[in-house]
Design a protein around this ligand. Structure first.
Ligand code: 0O2
Length: 267
């Protein structure tokens, strides 16, 4: 196939990857802006290289002219989560979307591959609007934890290095690491509540600090300069103590002072 023809074939896939990455990144940003917990930690996407398409077609005995129908991952998006549970939350989120149709799911988290590979795969049909009209194509979404991603990236590099024939000794070591990753994911899930509480506290702290800084900014306009400076210095002193209770207390007191100056923030 001519390179020019490859470019034409791959163009809609490139658009699909760009759109999907933008959409999942948007979910991430929106949830974070609302201070809500976001189950997606990282979003990446890629269009399979021509060399990789040709290699896979040859390996899976797919005629090149059938690759668009039979290869699900020419357009690929990867969603990385912190916890195993999040992978399923994200999968459900995708199933509810109206801009893509899930046609197949493979849960290699519940049932890892013999290599030790774990990930949740979703094959979707997705429509892009090209200059000459709409095109519906296949895309693959891989959902996995940071640990699963780390393992599969390393294993993938070794597959490449050894051209698919990883030495048995190395395979065994990979299997051991895969098992350890399962344990690590399990441990992390178990301490998830602690992490969630810490994250919520951090969000609350950020909110309080923002409110305090806005109120101090208003005090500079409505109160005496000396008073505003005194309060600001007091704030920095309390902030350094890293004690959320003291911050909360300071914010309440500050609201009362600001109320007196009608400088309370309107956020
Ligand atoms: P690249 O470089 O990642 O693009 P599925 O049909 O999706 O449920 P299946 O049948 O295994 O799963 O499909 P396939 O086509 O063999 O694998 C799809 C992709 O999943 C692979 O893409 C890998 O990204 C990933 N994958 C599947 N199995 C393994 C594995 O054992 N180890 C690693 N590291 N990744 C795996 P490609 O084609 O390898 O290329």
């Amino acid at each position: 196939m001519e390179i020019q023809l490859w470019r034409e074939i791959l163009e809609p896939y490139s658009l699909a990857v760009d759109e999907l990455v933008t959409k999942f990144t948007h979910i991430q940003k929106s949830l974070r802006k609302q201070d809500d917990y976001c189950p997606i930690e990282l979003v990446t996407g890629r269009v399979k290289t021509i060399a990789s398409i040709v290699e896979k077609c040859s390996r899976k005995k797919i005629p090149l002219e059938r690759m668009e129908e039979e290869m699900a991952d020419i357009a690929g998006v990867r969603l990385i989560c912190q916890f195993v549970e999040d992978c399923y939350v994200v999968a459900d989120m995708i199933k509810r979307r109206e801009d893509m149709t899930v046609v197949e799911e493979s849960d290699y988290i519940a049932e890892p591959k013999s290599s030790g590979y774990r990930s949740y795969h979703m094959k979707v049909r997705y429509t892009v609007q090209m200059v000459d009209g709409p095109k519906t194509l296949n895309a693959e979404i891989q959902i996995r934890t940071l640990g699963m991603n780390c393992w599969s990236t390393i294993e993938h590099s070794l597959q490449y290095k050894y051209r698919g024939n990883i030495p048995e000794e190395l395979k065994d070591r990979l299997q051991v690491v895969a098992d350890e990753m399962i344990n690590t994911d399990r441990e992390l899930s178990e301490i998830r509540d602690e992490i969630t509480a810490a994250r919520e506290q951090r969000f609350e702290e950020e909110r309080i600090v923002n409110d305090i800084l806005l109120t101090i900014q208003n005090l500079y306009r409505f109160a005496s300069h000396r008073e505003a400076v005194r309060i600001q210095e007091e704030f920095f002193r309390i902030y350094e103590e890293k004690d959320i209770e003291k911050l909360r207390h300071f914010a309440t007191e500050l609201d009362i002072i600001a109320e007196g100056y009608r400088a309370q923030t309107l956020v």
